[in-house]
Structure formats: C-alpha cells, structure tokens
Unconditional design. Structure first.
Length: 452
C-alpha cells in the first residue's frame, strides 16, 4: 500500500475545512474583519480536522502494517499537536496581505499545511516508535522543486530529530519503512537543487540540518529497544490493565465531549488501550462489515487456524479477549432489540429453553425502551417476501462479561444508545410472548455461559 490513499483522505478533510470556512469569508470584506473573525474560528477548525487527520493516519498505518504482515504488537499513535500555530498564521497573513483575496489565500494555504501536519507527524512519530520499522520515508508526486529534491533523496529517517519539511498546499506525506519491504521510492544519487532563490535557500537549509543517514537495520533497532523471547521474537503482552475497563465505565453525569476526551486519553496511554479503542470504535463507525469479519477471525483464532491472520489482527483479537475477560457489567439489566424474518409462530419455534444462542460481539443497551424501539422498526414489514417478527433479548444474571462503549461515542446520538458490547456464548433460559401497543413480541431471556 502506498501513501496515495492517505494523502487523498487528508485532502478531503482539508476540503471540509474550506467548506466550513467559506461562510465566514462571505461575511467579511477587509483583512481586518477577517482577522477578527478568524481568531475564534480557525483554531477550532485546525484542531478538529487535524485530529481527524491524525486518526485517519493512525488507521492507515495499522492497516498498512497488517497488510505487510509485520510481526509483534504495535498500534499507531495519533499525533497530538498542542499548538499547531493557528493564531500565528492569522497574524502573519494579516501582516502580508494587502486585500481580502490575498489574505484568504494565505490563511487557507497555511490551514492546509497545519491539518496535514497532524497526519504526517502521526506517521513519522509512529514509524520511529514502532520497533519493527526502520523509520519513515517521504512520498509525493514532486509537484514543486523543493519536494522533488527531498523525495529524490530517498533515505529512511530513523531519528525523531528529523522533521518533515513542508510548505503551504504541500501534498507530500510519509510512509513507514519495514525491514524486508520494498521502499516506496528508490533512492536517487543526484537531484539538482531547486532553481528559485527562495526554494533553493529553503532546500539547502533543510538538507544541511538533515544529512543522509546511515542505513539502519531493523534488527539493530529491535535489539536496542525491545526485549526478546527465547526464540528471538519480540515479547508482546496482551494483558489488559484493569484501569482500562474502569475508564470505560459510564459516569453518573452522562456523556459529554469532555468525558469522551478523558476516556480516549486514558486508553491511549498504553498500546493495549489504543488497540481496544480502535476496535470498540468500529462498533459505532462502519461496524456493519467490520464486526462479522472480526467474529470470523476470532473463531479461527480459537480453533488454532491462524495461518492467514496477520500478527496485527492476532494482537487485536487477544487484546479484545483479555478486555472482555476483565469486564464486569454486574447485575445491570441489558437488552437487545431486533426483528427476525418469519411469523411469530415460526420464529418462536426456533428457540427453546436450554438451547445455545450465538450473539457473539453483539451490542446491548441498558435502556429497555430504546431496545424495544429497535424491535418494532422492521416488525410486520415484508422483506424479500418474508414478514419480520420483533424479538427482545433480555440478558439476565450477574457478573456479565461485557464492555461499555458509551463513553467513547463520538456524538450524543450514539451515546444515548447506552451500549455494552457482549461477547461469548449464551444459553436461553426463558421464551415468552408479550403484546405491547397491539404488537406481539417474542422475548428471549439469555444467560452468558462463557466468554468464548
């Protein structure tokens, strides 16, 4: 995988930022008016879309690592830039611009650069921290002479002192270099310096600060920074600290952006927490395809069929299993609403007390009314010729092994679902029919009998 799709993704985020800023530009006519408005607006935009770019880059890094089948546990670290320089950009643009059009061009160019830097620093920082990466390398199309020079140098930078040089509207990015993997750009021995005075001075300054590094073998970095097991593999712990589960527990005051930020920050403190955060987030973002694949891979893992599972995937599975094992929903009432094809007589005939019920990696809610709402969404409707029956699942018993995901919700809409992720095997303890508002519902009472 190359860096092109990541760069395109960051471009899309920048376009969203431009869209959000367009309304402000329509309401101002002078640089002074724009400067006053931007002092409030621009920092929030850069932080919002910059954080999104960092998350996008971290997801890209993890996927790239999985596809390259890199052994050992590591989860990319989204960059957190405390001061990306938004206020400084506004002051600089105001001092340079002579009209509103020029001011807008300077601000938007600088905004693009700052948002993209979140993505770049995520890749460069993760590449340095990853014990299985030799460092990072610059990729891009070389649209300007400055970028062409730096891309053409082609080395792998393995020190955190090597910064990523960029300019406004720069579309370059970084990619990790793993041992044994073909580097994205082959080194070139001679690349002429840019001809323009400004570009030449900028390039010469950067080259002087960053001489071509000596080749670094990944095995050297591992021996310096990691502990090995007896067979030479890097030791990896999948044990989840109990503090991680505590951080996920819902608060009495309910969900807020502040509680989410604190929860995310707590999870990001450890590699296991970062893996768990990414995994649990998939249940609220694109989970419709991710969950079945993860369920299938877990079954393979438990059966010992791991030949086609990348190490990163195994780390995800082991982390999730450990987290579920540490979880405890206590005696909370948990509910799941769904609708099943068939008449209520046909559906009821499929379930009997004592039968096993596979609801592995299914979400439950502590809000019974909300779960009931899900049961009636498809009730009575004919889908592909079949009527659907509302089914309400009640999870009974104490010591339920389930993970709360309310606090990592990205919006109040998801948080209001008060979700807990259940995992493992269940047995049916009760089957009954109830009528509510003229609609007959099948209620299944289940008890967890094992994590997996």
């Amino acid at each position: 995988m190359q860096g092109l799709d990541l760069r395109d993704g960051v471009k899309g985020l920048v376009q969203f930022a431009h869209r959000d800023l367009s309304t402000m530009w329509e309401q101002v006519t002078t640089p002074a008016q724009a400067e006053a408005a931007l002092r409030d607006v621009l920092p929030a935009l850069v932080d919002t879309y910059g954080s999104a770019a960092a998350t996008l880059a971290a997801d890209w890094y993890d996927q790239h690592r999985d596809e390259a089948e890199i052994a050992g546990k590591f989860s990319a670290i989204p960059a957190e830039i405390k001061d990306p320089g938004s206020q400084a950009l506004i002051g600089w643009a105001a001092s340079k611009a002579t009209d509103i059009e020029g001011f807008q061009g300077l601000v938007e160019g600088g905004m693009q650069r700052r948002i993209a830097n979140f993505s770049r620093q995520t890749i460069t920082g993760s590449s340095i921290a990853d014990p299985k990466a030799a460092g990072w390398q610059r990729v891009g199309s070389g649209e300007c002479a400055f970028c062409a020079l730096l891309i053409g140098r082609g080395p792998v930078y393995s020190e955190d002192t090597a910064d990523f040089a960029s300019h406004d509207h720069c579309n370059c990015s970084a990619v990790p270099a793993f041992d044994g993997e073909r580097l994205p750009v082959p080194p070139k021995e001679e690349v002429p310096l840019p001809q323009g005075d400004a570009e030449k001075a900028l390039a010469e300054e950067w080259v002087e600060k960053h001489p071509l590094p000596e080749p670094v073998k990944i095995t050297e970095r591992i021996s310096d920074s990691s502990q090995k097991t007896g067979n030479g593999e890097v030791a990896a712990s999948t044990e989840i600290p109990g503090e991680i589960f505590d951080a996920l527990l819902p608060t009495r005051g309910g969900w807020t952006t502040s509680t989410r930020a604190k929860t995310v920050a707590e999870l990001k403190k450890t590699p296991e927490g970062r893996i768990l955060l990414k995994t649990l987030d998939s249940f609220q973002s694109g989970g419709s395809t991710a969950i079945p694949r993860l369920r299938t891979d877990i079954e393979k893992y438990l059966a010992g069929d791991v030949a086609d599972l990348a190490q990163g995937r195994i780390d995800t599975i082991e982390t999730l299993l450990s987290a579920v094992g540490k979880s405890n929903a206590g005696d909370r009432a948990l509910w799941r609403g769904m609708s099943i094809p068939g008449s209520i007589d046909d559906v009821a005939a499929r379930y009997a007390v004592g039968d096993d019920l596979d609801l592995s990696l299914a979400s439950f809610s502590t809000d019974k009314k909300l779960a009931q709402g899900f049961t009636i969404k498809g009730a009575g409707k004919r889908v592909r010729g079949a009527t659907r029956t509302p089914v309400l699942v009640e999870w009974v018993g104490e010591g339920k092994r389930a993970l709360p995901i309310e606090r990592i919700s990205k919006s109040l809409v998801f948080a209001n679902e008060k979700e807990w992720l259940g995992a493992g095997r269940y047995v049916i303890e009760g089957v009954k029919r109830v009528k509510r508002n003229g609609v007959e519902t099948l209620v299944l009472q289940i008890r967890q009998k094992g994590i997996w």
